[in-house]
Design a protein around this ligand. Structure first.
Ligand SMILES: C[S@@+](CC[C@H](N)C(=O)[O-])C[C@H]1O[C@@H](n2cnc3c(N)ncnc32)[C@H](O)[C@@H]1O
Length: 283
């Protein structure tokens, strides 16, 4: 990321979540703040994105993946909360709106993000009159530079109680070293804690369509100041998580997402060229 600029990819994925609310029936992911959090100035861009929507499999696939990713993560959070967890950490929150839609006042939510992105989001929230619940704490952190644990504790996080963590669309922009350090920190949390995150698979495991997409994606991300830094072999990552002490590790590939969330649709919405998997792992 560029040090003093909010994340551009955060805007891109938020825009596609908003497009999903308008373009797709039935919705896989319900987010009644997805459009407004973009801000008034972004609405023409959203309208032209929707107007220009074509049948390019890359754009359909990305919108489908982003909707399924958020749905999957929020389903995990809901199950964790039902199981008694009362702390939720959203890492690299971008314009994620879970905290502003959450109706469970017992759930303490920590939104962690790069300082520049978080400051921009807070301006968006103010500008759109989206109330910030008392149960939410903002935690500005650059994962590559600052101790996440210390900043969470300063913000009131209780290290002695389990947490559920959502970490969407971030790992690919971090180094392997930073990613593994953060996963080791989560593994050190009390039993019952769990994390859901997505990651890009290694190019040598991609099929031809995925590889073609990956080759066009890489230069675009680099130009936006957020180059793709890390890819993983799913089997090796699952083994690394188990070695860190995670128990139940579930790796969800795009085909499984299609079976879970897109079966029987008439409109063809589903993941196709998606290069990411989603992992859910419990301490
Ligand atoms: C693609 S966006 C995803 C945002 C959000 N999770 C979502 O799904 O809408 C990537 C996010 O990672 C954050 N990020 C990237 N590198 C970071 C770093 N070194 N420290 C903290 N946050 C970082 C960005 O600020 C941005 O919010």
């Amino acid at each position: 990321m560029r040090e003093f600029e909010p994340s551009r990819t955060a805007m891109t994925v938020a825009m596609l979540r908003a497009a999903h609310q308008i373009m797709d029936t039935p919705r896989v992911f319900e987010d009644d703040l997805a459009v407004s959090i973009l801000g008034e100035h972004a609405q023409p861009m959203l309208r032209s994105l929707i107007g220009a929507a074509d049948d390019e499999i890359e754009s359909i696939s990305l919108r489908a993946f982003l909707a399924a990713r958020s749905r999957h993560a929020e389903d995990c959070i809901a199950r964790a909360v039902q199981g008694g967890i009362e702390q939720c950490i959203i890492l690299g929150a971008g314009l994620d709106t879970f905290a502003y839609r959450c109706t469970d006042a017992r759930l303490r939510i920590f939104e962690v993000d790069h300082p520049a992105t978080q400051a921009w989001k807070r301006t968006r929230l103010l500008g759109e009159n989206i109330p910030v619940p008392a149960s939410l704490a903002f935690v500005p952190v650059d994962f590559a530079q600052t101790s996440l644990e210390q900043e969470l504790i300063k913000a009131g996080w209780d290290a002695a109680r389990p947490s559920v963590i959502s970490w969407l669309g971030v790992v690919q922009y971090l180094t392997r070293d930073t990613t593994m350090k953060m996963l080791a920190f989560v593994a050190s949390m009390p039993p019952g804690s769990e994390i859901v995150f997505d990651y890009a698979i290694s190019p040598d495991l991609m099929n031809a369509a995925q590889k073609k997409y990956f080759e066009t994606l890489q230069p675009r991300l680099a130009a936006s100041g957020e180059p793709l830094q890390t890819c993983f072999d799913p089997a090796a990552l699952v083994a690394a998580l188990e070695a860190l002490g995670f128990g139940a590790v579930e790796d969800v590939a795009p085909d499984r997402l299609n079976a879970l969330y897109f079966r029987g649709r008439a409109d063809g919405l589903r993941t196709m060229t998606t290069i990411s998997h989603i992992i859910r792992a419990r301490v």
